[in-house]
Ligand binder design. Structure first.
Ligand SMILES: Nc1ncnc2c1ncn2[C@@H]1O[C@H](COP(=O)(O)OP(=O)(O)OP(=O)(O)O)[C@@H](O)[C@H]1O
Ligand SMILES: Nc1ncnc2c1ncn2[C@@H]1O[C@H](COP(=O)(O)OP(=O)(O)OP(=O)(O)O)[C@@H](O)[C@H]1O
Lengths: 215, 215
């Protein structure tokens, strides 16, 4: 199991720390806010109040001994950058840092942070496709490959996936289906599509967009 | 195309508004911060400075005429709840609201908001699986169905997906593969797996977790 240092316990940092604990990993949480530290003390392996922009603080926390570190400081961009810089100097290699903007993200990468994430931006892109009604969910896998949830077109009713030849006719893969109750089952060639079924479909972005636009 | 009202142009609201514009929809952005409104005016169909907790403001913006509305106000929970309540009273049905916490989300749902999202929490859960090294990416599709990116096990080298019988042996579906360059191709039975390939795999959570744990 992994031993992870999570600095900054805002909405994002808390979610990471809790999910790591749920999956059996060890987490040291750090925040400058006394109230947050008290709240999270009962949930994490350990939780301390400290300002991670001070080198002496990082040395005292023995940051080198962790498998990875997360810098989830948001609004205070200077604190985020100072903390990332000090972690790197103390020999922490596997760093994940939350970024507020393109320039912030660029600086973190230039420092040598391996993984820079834009949580609000990524979720904003995902939700935009749902708000516009294009699909029920939209998750880019890479620049040009995407997975979506979409209602099955009426022309599919009563037919099996094998009959519909979806891969050869539309160039996309049906990964799973659901009867609209939120429970997904893996898709098989003999799966019969009924009216109102929801399909999880993956493929190249252009082909998936065309598929979602069918009736 | 959709006509969407986006209230609150922080990191999340901006990302939604920009993605909607990119996909050819119309967006009216609203924020109380003059600087943000000026910055976004050039990018959105229209952008106005206004405080959406005032009913007269919403009537002036003719909110009823929009296909959907997004409430992306974060820190100010009272403003988020007041705005959602007024939108509902003005007859806006399709509302998406960002929530800061479980209690905030519960109040929004009790008011009648159809879609409540927790952007930082969802991304935090996703990133936690990457930080711990369990997988290269981890996207829950529902309570018990997940899609992950994982490095292919060494025992798969040189074999085709048909030979490996992954669905019958492991109960998961290989959706796409990549040579590690970030470009994903749809998976076919005759696809041959090489050392270092990355697989996009979907299936029930327990089976996918077991699959990721193979050598
Ligand atoms: N130097 C620091 N050392 C440790 N923690 C810090 C430091 N500076 C800020 N923090 C903490 O980081 C947390 C996240 O920062 P902040 O709330 O500014 O960002 P945010 O992007 O709004 O967060 P989120 O979106 O995750 O809620 C806060 O709880 C804050 O107390
Ligand atoms: N009553 C209001 N009407 C319109 N906009 C508002 C109102 N109250 C706050 N806002 C705006 O909402 C935006 C997002 O709010 P805030 O920055 O507090 O949340 P946040 O959760 O940190 O946002 P994000 O994570 O998306 O950056 C801000 O730009 C703010 O000016």
């Amino acid at each position: 199991h992994a031993n992870v240092l999570v600095i900054g316990l805002g909405r994002f940092g808390k979610a990471i720390a809790r999910e790591l604990m749920k999956n059996g990993h060890e987490v040291l949480g750090v925040d400058t806010d006394e109230q947050i530290v008290q709240q999270m003390s009962a949930e994490l392996t350990q939780c301390v109040k400290a300002d991670t922009t001070q080198d002496a603080v990082l040395k005292e926390l023995s940051v080198k001994d962790f498998d990875s570190a997360v810098v989830a400081i948001g609004a205070d961009v200077e604190a985020s950058i100072l903390t990332a810089s000090l972690l790197l100097q103390n020999g922490v290699e596997n760093i994940w840092a939350k970024s507020n903007s393109e320039p912030h993200g660029r600086i973190l990468r230039q420092l040598g942070v391996k993984h820079v994430v834009f949580p609000e931006k990524d979720m904003g892109n995902r939700v935009a496709h749902m708000v516009s009604g294009e699909s029920l969910d939209y998750v880019p896998i890479d620049e040009d490959f995407v997975m979506v949830k979409a209602e099955s077109p009426d022309s599919f009713n009563g037919k099996s996936l094998a009959d519909l030849k979806i891969r050869s006719n539309h160039g996309v893969t049906v990964v799973a289906t659901s009867k609209g109750d939120g429970q997904y089952q893996p898709a098989f060639p003999e799966t019969i599509i009924q009216k109102g079924d929801v399909l999880v479909v993956a493929g190249q972005t252009q082909q998936v967009d065309k598929f979602c636009a069918i009736g």
